[in-house]
Design a protein around this ligand. Structure first.
Ligand code: THU
Length: 141
């Protein structure tokens, strides 16, 4: 769902703030994400790396996990802030995880100030869905 400029700016600010908490000593690439739920709540996440590199978790997935843990499953938008220029989009795994909870508007921001707006469907046109499992909306057969 499209969001207005003020909402986008608020999400970017929340993502910018949580990016400062990123634990990224191995890559040096800090990421902040802020997810807007349909009920108006905002949930944030940063990337959390590990000395066992493969255990590292992306900012977007941590933000989605925070939303779901608070009972928010209908997600409207996500802002992702990195220091990349042009702004970096979510990785493939995060696109798939975002697609589980809606066709979110995706706002990408770099610390340089440039922003890009797209959608999960544009970033991931053919997600894996419960249909492929033959499951209903609750995830059951
Ligand atoms: N990272 C994210 O947090 N989100 C993405 O969508 C792409 C990559 C993190 C993972 C790792 O901690 C660092 O950025 C470098 O890949």
């Amino acid at each position: 769902m499209p969001i207005d400029d003020a909402t986008a700016a608020g999400l970017i600010e929340a993502a910018r703030r949580v990016r400062e908490k990123a634990w990224a000593p191995y890559s040096g690439f800090a990421v902040g994400a802020a997810v807007l739920a349909a009920d108006g709540r905002v949930f944030v996440g940063c990337n959390v790396e590990n000395a066992s590199y493969g255990l590292s978790i992306c900012a977007e997935r941590n933000a989605v996990a925070a939303a779901v843990a608070a009972g928010a499953r209908d997600l409207t938008a996500v802002a992702v802030v990195t220091d990349a220029d042009p702004p970096a989009p979510p990785c493939g795994a995060c696109r798939q995880v975002l697609a589980e909870f809606g066709n979110l508007t995706v706002v990408l921001a770099g610390t340089a100030g440039a922003t890009t707006v797209t959608t999960v469907a544009d970033l991931l046109p053919a997600p894996f869905t419960p249909d492929a499992l033959g499951h209903n909306d609750e995830g059951r057969k």
